[in-house]
Ligand binder design. Structure first.
Ligand SMILES: Cc1cc2nc3c(=O)[nH]c(=O)nc-3n(C[C@H](O)[C@H](O)[C@H](O)COP(=O)(O)OP(=O)(O)OC[C@H]3O[C@@H](n4cnc5c(N)ncnc54)[C@H](O)[C@@H]3O)c2cc1C
Length: 455
């Protein structure tokens, strides 16, 4: 086993940064040794570090990198059930299984995540309204507890621990492996229809009209004001039939690394003007009211992956993504109020998406619940950005909604508890699984999810 090395770590949003002893685990034996002989230090598993905030950060403990535990253990081509280690990435999964006619059941907006990270965040994708989130497609998990014991969790065995681990942000133990059911697809392309929407009402009408499409999402113009609030471009997609060839997407035709966030950081530091221009261009890009095309899965599901380290565009201070969901409301009062507060605040988002979630909800710390979710990227411009989020938190709480912990770096304890009332039951299960309080993170400490580690 390698010795841990002291490193500065950050999430995808680059805020906050912490010092941690980092250990690149090569085998499950390494993990067991790290947990059982860790000299009374807290530990945390880390995948590819795509959580935006502090979910994958641990100050003063041992961070266990999972990416080398990436073996495929079993695959049944008849049923699509895949068993693999938790460090296996969606990037590898798509590369290996798409040519064989299989695709992940749910994908987030980047393929550079591990399967362990996907379960620990219970990630959702453009198909939540039909397929739910990641944990809905997992039938069993092997979890390493702080005692060094490995437990199996599925519908019958340790099912409470299974559901606490789904969305549990790595605080119940280390996910070693899982069985996930892949979906059959006939090609590597997606048939897409795009519709320009003028406002929030039109977005909801168009979204309702596409409920039977497996994938849908809309880019939203965070600069729009007044009656234009909610305007953007709606997209619905379905896997294209056999023989379809999807266009690669402009960015992915360029050699990898040619456009990188680092290059953009030094040339186009994001400011209000560039953000406003970018949103105006996106809105006008959809020239006709409605258009259709067939594109590769890559630009459809993972458009931002074409720009290497795009998070660097925001400079050293980093950025936040504010993602919330509010329950369905025929008049959309809360949604309108929140979007209006943002556009009037002067602290404006560079990029935003809006999507209707389906009825499935997993409880515990899992984020998705029925309603409308909006995700907006804001440069970190200091206290004014944080103050805006605190005001938004109050509106989200009043509406019975919540923010996504995986994207968060600053939510307060009180607001968190009102957003996630199931946290108490979740914590009972977690405390039983980890009585030593060995599994910790900055997010867990900030939100009172973990106690002090005991000797
Ligand atoms: C561009 C972009 C787009 C995104 N789009 C979406 C989206 O559409 N939907 C969505 O839901 N999310 C989205 N995300 C968030 C991302 O899917 C999650 O943060 C995911 O958890 C990242 O996986 P990771 O392997 O990088 O995990 P990390 O970021 O390293 O860790 C995330 C959490 O998982 C825990 N964890 C990781 N591995 C293990 C393990 N083996 N055992 C126990 N715990 C573990 C960590 O402790 C941490 O709490 C997006 C992120 C980016 C950067």
């Amino acid at each position: 086993m390698n010795a841990p090395a002291r490193k500065t770590l950050e999430g995808w949003g680059r805020y906050p940064r912490v010092e941690s002893d980092v250990l690149r685990s090569e085998s499950r034996r390494d993990l067991i040794a790290a947990v059982t002989s860790n000299g009374n230090h807290p530990v945390l598993a880390r995948g590819l570090g795509r959580a935006y905030g502090d979910a994958a950060l641990l100050e003063g403990g041992v961070t266990l990198l999972m990416e080398r535990l990436d073996r495929i253990l079993e695959f049944d081509p008849e049923t699509g059930w895949l068993k693999c280690e938790a460090g296996f990435s969606l990037d590898d999964l798509v590369r290996i299984f798409l040519p064989r006619g299989f695709f992940p059941p749910v994908v987030p907006g980047t393929r550079f995540v591990t399967l362990g990270g996907a379960l620990a965040s219970d990630v959702h994708g453009k198909n939540h309204h039909i397929s739910g989130s990641w944990a809905s497609h997992v039938r069993s998990v092997e979890l390493l507890k702080s005692t060094g014991e490995i437990v199996f969790c599925d519908a019958e065995r340790n099912s409470e621990l299974f559901w606490a681990t789904a969305g549990g942000q790595g605080l119940t133990g280390i996910i070693l492996s899982m069985e996930v059911k892949l979906r059959r697809v006939e090609s590597g392309a997606v048939d897409v229809v795009s519709t320009r929407v003028r406002d929030l009402e039109e977005f909801l009408d168009v979204s309702a009209a596409h409920q039977d499409w497996p994938y849908s999402v809309s880019w939203i113009d965070g600069f729009a004001r007044g009656r234009s609030i909610g305007r953007g471009n709606f997209m619905a997609g379905r896997h294209a039939p056999a023989g379809s060839n999807g266009k690669a997407g402009l960015l992915s035709k360029l050699p990898r690394g040619l456009i990188s966030g680092r290059f953009l950081e030094s040339n186009l530091l994001l400011n209000g003007l560039s953000a406003r221009m970018f949103n105006a261009v996106l809105y006008r890009k959809q020239i006709r009211k409605r258009s259709s095309s067939t594109i590769s899965v890559y630009p459809f599901f993972f458009p931002l992956d074409a720009v290497d380290r795009w998070n660097r565009m925001y400079g050293k201070r980093g950025f936040f993504q504010y993602q919330f969901v509010v329950p369905p409301d025929p008049q959309n009062l809360a949604l309108k109020q929140i979007l209006a507060s943002i556009s009037e605040s002067g602290t404006l988002p560079f990029l935003g998406v809006i999507k209707e979630f389906g009825s499935e909800s997993h409880g515990g710390l899992s984020f998705p619940r029925p309603g409308v979710t909006v995700a907006l990227d804001f440069a970190n411009t200091g206290q004014n950005t944080l103050d805006l989020f605190t005001r938004l938190d109050d509106m989200v709480v009043d509406a019975g909604g919540r923010v996504y912990l995986t994207k968060d770096a600053r939510l307060g304890l009180d607001a968190f508890r009102r957003m996630y009332p199931e946290w108490t039951e979740w914590k009972l299960v977690r405390d039983e699984a980890d009585p030593l309080n060995m599994f910790q993170s900055e997010l867990g400490r900030r939100l009172g999810l973990v106690g002090e580690m005991s000797d």
